[in-house]
Design a protein around this ligand. Structure first.
Ligand SMILES: [Zn+2]
Length: 327
């Protein structure tokens, strides 16, 4: 997968380089003006030339399925705003920014009621185009009462994230927090036992709607975002398994801390495996889950991939203890 932004920049720069060559010798003539206008038009049509340094920005393709009820301009603005806010929050920990480069729709299977099947379908139907990451917002089916999966991805730097959208019980602050949570997974964050961390395994629990609430990462995941973000932004790393040995050692330390404080959740251990593993195979989803699920009804063999869940007020386990203070 090439860098769409870089290709695009090369294209535009190439054109302006031609123009500069002409002007230095002859001044700007009609043909040059036409070329400038063409270059600007191409820049506008393709979303404009990104200003960020190569690698700083993860270009995102944002999609909704056919169940999205709002007009195109409404949902595009809503999701662009949400991604911008999520990117600002993640930018406090990491050098990486997320920016929408393309909007689209995909046709989700109306018969599907299973989140894992929806993820597989989303991954197989949606190509990345010029983006590095595709985020789908599905209004395909309503959430059941109680705990349910709200979103998922297969692991750090994986190409697709699927989120549920359009449920009246989940409000915009919850959706923002959910998006930050999944983008946190994208940058390597694991589930945290810290109940104030956006990486707690159960979100959309109402906290995000409190006035004083601020979305934040716990100390260990903050360190992970910094480390993985630096690999992406400075070394151009595209796969989790390509992270440098030095950073890998530092990540192992953070995952070990998380796993020790939260032994019931498998996500830190899964990320550790992914650090040393091959590229995530899209057609073997159950082997590459990266985040634990808290849906107790499912036997281990059928656990879906990464799951961010809604709390079930009747059967939710007691809040996990806080992470002991560390120096
Ligand atoms: Zn999660």
């Amino acid at each position: 997968m090439g860098s769409p932004s870089r290709d695009h920049l090369t294209n535009i720069r190439g054109r302006f380089h031609d123009v500069r060559g002409c002007t230095s010798r002859k001044g700007i003539g009609p043909r040059v003006v036409v070329r400038i206008v063409l270059a600007v038009m191409i820049g506008t049509l393709t979303g404009g030339a990104p200003q960020s340094r190569a690698g700083d920005t993860i270009y995102v393709k944002v999609l909704v399925d056919e169940e999205e009820v709002f007009r195109d301009e409404v949902w595009k603005q809503r999701l662009r705003n949400r991604l911008e806010r999520a990117s600002e929050i993640l930018g406090q920990y990491s050098k990486v920014r997320f920016s929408v480069i393309e909007f689209d729709r995909w046709d989700s299977d109306d018969a599907t009621q299973d989140f894992l099947a929806s993820m597989r379908e989303f991954e197989s139907e949606v190509s990345l185009g010029r983006a590095r990451l595709a985020i789908g917002f599905s209004s395909q089916y309503q959430l059941k009462m109680g705990r349910d999966q709200l979103g998922g991805t297969r692991g750090a730097l994986h190409s697709h994230i699927l989120l549920r959208e359009g449920n009246p019980r989940v409000f915009e602050p919850d959706r923002l927090e959910l998006l930050v949570h999944e983008l946190g997974h994208y940058l390597g964050a694991a589930h945290s036992v810290d109940p104030d961390s956006v990486m707690r395994p159960v979100v959309a629990d109402g906290r995000a709607r409190r006035k004083a609430y601020r979305i934040r990462f716990d100390r260990e995941n903050g360190a992970i975002l910094r480390l993985v973000g630096a690999e992406v932004a400075q070394r151009g790393v595209r796969r989790f398994s390509d992270i440098s040995l030095r950073t890998r050692d530092k990540l192992r330390l953070q995952y070990a801390r998380i796993a020790m404080a939260f032994p019931d959740d498998p996500s830190a251990k899964k990320f550790l495996q992914l650090l040393d593993g091959p590229v995530t195979p899209v057609d073997h989803p159950t082997e590459v889950t990266t985040a634990g699920t808290l849906i107790p009804a499912l036997p281990p063999a059928t656990l879906p991939p990464p799951a961010t869940t809604l709390p079930n007020r009747s059967s939710a386990p007691a809040a996990p203890p806080r992470i002991p203070a560390r120096r």
